[in-house]
Structure formats: structure tokens, C-alpha cells
Design a binder for this molecule. Sequence first.
Ligand code: ZN
Ligand code: ZN
Length: 246
Amino acid sequence: MNRPSMTNPEERTHHGPPCRAASCHRGLLEHELAKQQVVCSRCLHLINVWLHVELPLQIVVLEGSRQRETTGASSGGRTVYRTAPLPGRDDVLNLLGPAAWSDRVRDAHGQAHADQHGAVPIAGVLIPWVRLVCEERRWNPPALAPQVLAQWLGRPSLLDWTSRRPWAGDMRDELHELMRTVRSVTRLRPQRRPVPQPCPRCDSLTLVETDHQLYIDCTTCESMYTPAELALAARITAAELEAGVA
Ligand SMILES: [Zn+2]
Ligand SMILES: [Zn+2]
């Protein structure tokens, strides 16, 4: 089968200096370098999805789990007894725990230093980044509720600026770690579904779409596509097949 010729497939190749996030293996693309980004657009999209969509949902689940722990689960007025405490109870309380504006110090290289051991509360991960942004922009800090901090830090208009800061990769890595911790406690992970269409670049049937995410990923060649691009690729393939048959 002929490979469909996308309008600009070279747009999504892996050349160029690497994305500054250690948890990402992509190279920066020409248009990303032109915008002086130090992390790739996919990382920015992930940060936005994590902070704006997923984390607020996860916090609702964590709050519900804390509520059940404190009030005791009941169904129809009958208390449901557990033989063992719900696993991860301490993790839930840790994650929802309060964090002070000055809990952690960040050195000149943007490295955060935890002054406590064990799981850092969600607010404890977000606050140093919010504080760093507020210091660099000379802004007043937002309210300290974790949901507010997450949405404040993850809004696209701010991420555009964040993408050019030397510490953007560290922030992405730390948020990646936070999401892993939160997901392991709530056992709620974004669902991934196979997309029944060959990858326009490598022809593998390994395209995957993930909850909340705009891009569809190829797990073989790591290309990413919007639904519109895939629809276009499918139309081109169909046209080529038809032309081949005629
Ligand atoms: Zn990246
Ligand atoms: Zn591919």
C-alpha cells in the first residue's frame, strides 16, 4: 500500500535539540525552536491537560475517598465494615495535605528541595512553581487551593510563556511524577484506545487515543496527529487505492 502523502509530514519528525524534559524523548521542531520553546508542544499540551482537566478530577476522587474514610462508608443506613483499612489511606491524606507558600526552596537552577520525606502534597508540588512564576512575572499569588493552583499554572496563555523558561522541562518532569503518584493512589488512569487506522508515517496499526488529549499518538514511530489530520490521511489513502484500482 502506498503511504499517503501528508501535507507536511516533516513537521513532526524528531530532529533538532531534545525537548528539555527528561521524561520526554522528542526533539524540538523548527516551529517550536522559532518560538524559543525549550520543551515540545506535546509536553505543553500534556501539562495543560494534567493541570486543567485531570488533576481537578483526581482531587475530587481523593476528596471523596477521604470523606468515606472519615465518615465511614454506609449503604442504606447499614455500615459496611472493612476487614482492613482502605489501602492508600495515608497516601490520600498526604496528597491532600496542606502546604505552605514557603515549604520548599528552589535554587537558582529551578531545583526544588523537599524538606520532608514521603509523598509531597499536591499543593506542595504546585506551590513552588506558582511562586516561581509570580516572582518572575511580579504577580500576586492566586488562592492556595490545589484545584485553583493547578488551573492557574496550567492555563494555555501562561504555558506559552512557560515554554520558553529554562525550568520548563523540570516542571514537566515534576508534574509527570505527581500525576503518576496521584493515579497510583486513586487507581484512576486516563483510558487509552486503539485507533483502527494505519499511522500515516510508518504504516503501523499502533495509533492510540487517550482520554482528554487532543493528539493521537503512534506508539511505533512516536508521531502525533490531530483527528483532522488523520481524517485527511484516511481520505488520501482511499483516493490512492481508488486510483490504483482504476
Ligand atoms: Zn517534550
Ligand atoms: Zn507511526
